[in-house]
Design a protein around this ligand. Structure first.
Ligand code: Q9C
Ligand code: ZN
Length: 342
């Protein structure tokens, strides 16, 4: 399988994440990509290709221009304001406040454009996010041109990023950007299957009222799991998009057989949806030893996941999302890719 990667994804190296009330070294690190790449190379799983730069137009097909401008300028403005640490939101237009005005100062804008305080903005964040979406665009362009599967080693991840919000380690929604490219290349309908441990709230929000992208997500029950405010089973789409969103919230520690049952159901729905292309938001934070997640997939289960994804029989692009057990991340990703090609 052709693998898309850019060294520029390492330009984001944040030092701080607000986690359990303390500032810790972020779980989402550039080493994740290094380790996956090393492992894929060692197994000779496919040629590794650097994507071209696709510019901002594909980003603006998904994200609001004011949000993109905010991301592009946030770090410089945060520094110019004299702040010592990394840019972390600490105030939001919460339910009892006004959400219809964008503040002028960077501290207020951070809260307006953030959906969680876990994700700092720092030097290189914007450039790495640009590289990450280029990796996704390179991968999907290859699949569109050849019908062959591809893997985009995206980082930072994308599925929590909404049309004008960042958080959960995500800035640009790589899967949504790739889906829009497929639609503009002439596909009538695309499916996005999100198997990351966390609900893909951003992807869901972007396509919630649309019938040209079918979105399915298998994830930790939001009543007890980040992102808490999205991902319940009764979220099925609105307007033209009614029935084009499918959520499979599962309890922490769920038996793998039940997770696989949800996978089979989601794949059946995707095949029925008339999708001509499958984009997989591939998080491997469903691994039994993931430090911030609560599912129980083993190394062998990732191989089975790859086989079942392939059984849908659709042209497929897999895009990296989460996965924080870094010692095992290469094995788990390689397991999916080799299962897919079996
Ligand atoms: N303090 C992805 O997997 N924090 N994002 C959870 C840990 C946010 C994960 C609680 C986790 C976001 C792409
Ligand atoms: Zn995740």
């Amino acid at each position: 399988m052709l693998i898309f990667h850019s060294d520029d994804t390492s330009l984001r190296r944040a030092r701080t994440e607000l986690h359990d009330g303390a500032l810790v070294e972020p779980f989402e690190s550039p080493e994740r990509v290094t380790l996956i790449l090393e492992h894929l190379k060692a197994l000779a799983l496919g040629e590794i290709r650097r994507p071209p730069a696709y510019g901002l137009a594909p980003v603006l097909a998904v994200h609001e221009e004011a949000y993109v401008n905010f991301l592009a300028t946030c770090w410089a403005r945060w520094q110019a304001a004299g702040n010592a640490g990394e840019a972390i939101a600490n105030i939001w237009p919460a339910r009892t406040l006004r959400g219809d005005r964008v503040p002028e100062a960077i501290g207020g804008q951070l809260g307006y454009y953030a959906l969680a305080a876990d994700t700092s903005i720092t030097a290189g964040t914007f450039d790495a996010a640009m590289a990450s979406k280029d990796v996704a665009l390179g991968a999907v362009s290859h699949t569109l041109a050849t019908r062959d599967p591809s893997f985009g080693l995206c980082r930072p991840p994308g599925h929590h990023a909404a049309s004008d919000q960042f958080g959960g380690y995500c800035f640009f929604n790589n899967a949504a950007i790739a889906a829009e490219r497929a639609l503009s290349a002439g596909k009538q309908r695309v499916a996005i299957l999100d198997v990351d441990f966390h609900h893909g709230n951003g992807t869901q929000q972007i396509f919630y009222a649309r019938d040209d992208v079918f979105f399915a997500s298998i994830h930790g029950d939001p009543s007890v799991t980040f992102p808490y405010f999205s991902g319940y089973a009764d979220e099925t789409g609105v307007e033209r998009g009614k029935g084009f969103t499918a959520n499979y919230p599962l309890p922490p520690g769920v038996a793998v057989a039940r997770w696989m049952g949800a996978l089979d159901d989601a794949l059946a729905r995707i095949c029925q949806s008339g999708a001509e292309l499958l984009i997989v938001s591939l998080g491997v934070d469903t691994f039994e030893n993931d430090p911030i997640s609560a599912f129980c997939l083993t190394h062998a289960d990732f191989n089975i996941l790859g086989q079942r994804l392939a059984s849908a029989g659709l042209p497929t692009t897999l895009l990296m999302e989460g996965g924080y057990a870094v010692a095992d991340i290469g094995v788990n990703v390689a397991g999916v890719l080799s299962g897919f090609e079996r």
